[in-house]
Design a protein around this ligand. Structure first.
Ligand SMILES: *[C@@H]1O[C@H](CO)[C@@H](O)[C@H](O)[C@H]1NC(C)=O
Length: 110
């Protein structure tokens, strides 16, 4: 199926893929904590300053997602011998694509 082959590059180095997944896991989970805290703070104390903190946290998270996606699609994930890494990278690759604006999606598809 064609979709399986999209959004991936040439890097089939399993060590690098696992390394990326470890780093991503750490960064994404601490980012998630930050966002959750900032959202909670704003929900319980609605001030302009807290709103700004929440917006900043969300935009940092979006940036991390974009940067991570750029890395994910360097990997030739469908050819990795580790089923877990393959599935995680595939998920990230397809999830990231869905988050892109429509014209970017088309651009990427070319
Ligand atoms: C609400 O947040 C502001 C910062 O925007 C802070 O100065 C204030 O102490 C907070 N209020 C409470 C009740 O935590």
């Amino acid at each position: 199926m064609r979709t399986k082959l999209m959004f991936q590059g040439a890097n089939n180095n399993l060590g690098e893929a696992l390394q990326f997944l470890r780093e991503y896991d750490n960064e994404a989970s601490s980012m998630c904590t930050r966002v959750t805290e900032a959202q909670w703070l704003y929900a319980t104390n609605i001030t302009e300053q807290n709103r700004k903190r929440m917006v900043d946290a969300l935009s940092l998270q979006a940036k991390l997602d974009r940067v991570s996606w750029q890395k994910v699609i360097q990997f030739s994930w469908s050819s990795l011998p580790d089923p877990m890494a393959r599935r995680q990278l595939q998920m990230l690759a397809l999830k990231g694509r869905a988050a892109l604006p429509q014209e970017k999606q088309n651009e990427v598809r070319k």
